[in-house]
Design a protein around this ligand. Structure first.
Ligand code: FMN
Length: 206
């Protein structure tokens, strides 16, 4: 059982830009805002780039289906990465994903994390009514940053970050998803205004 008293916040970072990252700046501002709202909140921060979060390999997939008592030492190590990531996301009341746009999509580290937490029978299942997500009662925020502008105008259809994240999170049961965007971070004329605007939006989050 979760969600009885203290809020648990899971903050996922996936930018390669470290302290210069706009998505991380947004994600951290959101964490600060939520901490002010829930002073006793427990925050877990996972920097996928810093910890070089592992991609799935063939043996990881095998380890998902081997009975516990038959796992090799290598399989146990691989399985632990996925199990731990799932435990962290299952426990979270609030999930914040910092999502930079790289080549119109999400960073590969973030994709690796999503691959590790998407497990049949644990975070989703197929029933008579089709797929059912099993990560329940979790609110998600996507703190997105992109060099160009995608929220409006002709480039909108080239944004595969927000639609993809909403789809995969929804598939896993997380349907309450809010997207905050710092856009035009590669353009001097839009950068600062965009950051100020999105930090203003964060102030209004409740
Ligand atoms: C490898 C790479 C690919 C990028 N691809 C795109 C892109 O397809 N579209 C875009 O608008 N900006 C692109 N950018 C710019 C980033 O989206 C922008 O710098 C953003 O602020 C990155 O988020 P961050 O500041 O949190 O790292 C790319 C940047 C990098 C490093």
């Amino acid at each position: 059982m979760k969600k009885i008293s203290k809020k648990k916040i899971l903050h996922i970072k996936s930018s390669i830009n470290g302290t210069h990252s706009y998505s991380t700046k947004l994600g951290c501002a959101l964490v600060d805002k939520l901490r002010a709202q829930y002073p006793d909140a427990h925050v877990v921060t996972k920097d996928l780039v810093e910890e070089d979060f592992p991609h799935l390999v063939g043996e990881t997939l095998v380890s998902f289906f081997v009975p516990k008592e038959e796992l090799t030492t290598e399989q146990k190590t691989l399985l632990h990465v996925s199990d731990k990531a799932i435990e962290e996301v299952m426990e979270a009341d609030i999930l914040i994903i910092d999502a930079p746009m790289y080549n119109f999509g999400i960073p590969s580290h973030l994709k690796a994390w999503l691959d590790q937490i998407s497990r049949a029978g644990i975070t989703f299942e197929y029933g008579t009514n089709g797929p059912k997500g099993l990560i329940l009662n979790t609110k998600a925020y996507i703190a997105m940053a992109s060099g160009g502008v995608y929220s409006d105008g002709p480039a909108q259809q080239m944004d595969f970050v927000a639609p993809y994240l909403k789809t995969i999170l929804g598939f896993l049961g997380i349907t309450d998803v809010e997207v905050l965007r710092a856009e035009g971070t590669a353009m001097a004329e839009t950068k600062e205004a965009s950051i100020e605007m999105v930090l203003g939006q964060i102030e209004l989050v409740n």
